[in-house]
Structure formats: C-alpha cells, structure tokens
Design a protein around this ligand. Structure first.
Ligand SMILES: [Zn+2]
Length: 186
C-alpha cells in the first residue's frame, strides 16, 4: 500500500513539472508579441561565396520539438550549452571543401577555407562565413569569462571564440562538431 502511494505521489509531481515546462515552451515559442521575430542572415554558396542578405523568421521550437529533431548529444550541446569531448567530434580532422551549417536550422556558419587544425580537438575556424549569421554573448560559467558563439537564426549554442587564432583575424572559433552539419562543395 505504502509503495502505491509513493508511486502515485511521484507521478503527480512529475506530471505537474511536465505541464509547467510545456507552458514555458509555449510562451517561448509564441514570443512576446505573438508575431515571429525576424532576423537578417547572409546566404552562402557551397564554395563559401556570399550570395546576399535575406530576412527570414527566427527559428523558435519547443523543447519537445528540438528533442525530436536532434540526437541526445546534439540537443545537450546546442540547447543546453554543452561541449563535446575533445578529439571525438566528426569534424575535428575533417578537411573537405564546403560549408558548415547549423545543425538546428541550416544557416551557413563557416567555410572550409577558414578551417585549420588548432590541435585542441575541436573544429576550429579563424572567421565565420558571415558576421551576420552568428551571435556572440559573454559566458561567465565555470569561473571563466569567455565569448559564447550562437546561431543567429535559432540560438543554438555552437562553441566559443578566443583571441589566440591564426592570421588574418587572430581569432579561434572553437566549435562543437555536434552543432554543425557539412555541405560539400558542388
Ligand atoms: Zn541555427
């Protein structure tokens, strides 16, 4: 009998949490005004050439929708600001010609032309394919001050940018392979 009560209580608690989270997600999905927020990004050909700016709706999805589209690892990294273990990502030692896009929304982020081996175990680039396509935020987690890099269109966490990169920018965009999808050059 006691067991049954405990299980029932736990179930009631979990159900309550779930519905609260669903409400938060719904509010986030609708945005403050109810209208979809717009964002201007630059379209890029598969050889990394810029094609021009386009204004599109921001990609906003509920937690459940993201979980359906992404693997557990992709979700943990892009939506919960996780980091893949060094030297484990599929694009760390990947040097084909093409464009790396956001796993969450397909926005072009980096060209293979700016990719280099930083030796860190994460895919590294010295500049984004278009400044317009990324957002940067100050990240004070883990007792460090770092600059977080996010996708401008869907707010997926991509990685961080550091100032110890190579010429010509001196920047090192240290990305998670799990946040990226590669489109080979045609
Ligand atoms: Zn995105």
């Amino acid at each position: 009998m006691y067991k049954v009560i405990v299980i029932a209580a736990a179930w009631a608690f979990l159900t309550a949490c779930d519905s609260d989270m669903a409400k938060d997600d719904e509010a986030a999905a609708q945005g403050k005004s109810g209208a979809a927020e717009k964002v201007t990004i630059v379209e890029v050909a598969s050889d990394g050439t810029k094609k021009g700016a386009v204004t599109v709706d921001k990609v906003v999805r509920t937690k459940e929708e993201w979980k359906e589209r992404l693997t557990d690892q992709q979700y943990a990294i892009t939506r919960e600001k996780g980091t893949e273990r060094a030297f484990t990502g599929k694009y760390d030692k990947h040097y084909e010609d093409g464009v790396y896009k956001c796993i969450g929304c397909g926005t072009p982020l980096f060209s293979s032309k700016t990719k280099y081996d930083s030796g860190t175990g994460w895919p590294s680039f010295y500049e984004p394919v278009a400044e317009e396509n990324i957002a940067e935020e100050t990240d004070r987690s883990f007792g460090m001050i770092r600059t977080e890099v996010l996708c401008k269109r869907c707010d997926s966490h991509l990685g961080h940018v550091f100032t110890d990169g190579p010429r010509p920018t001196g920047l090192r965009y240290c990305m998670n392979s799990a946040s990226l999808d590669f489109e080979p050059e045609e």
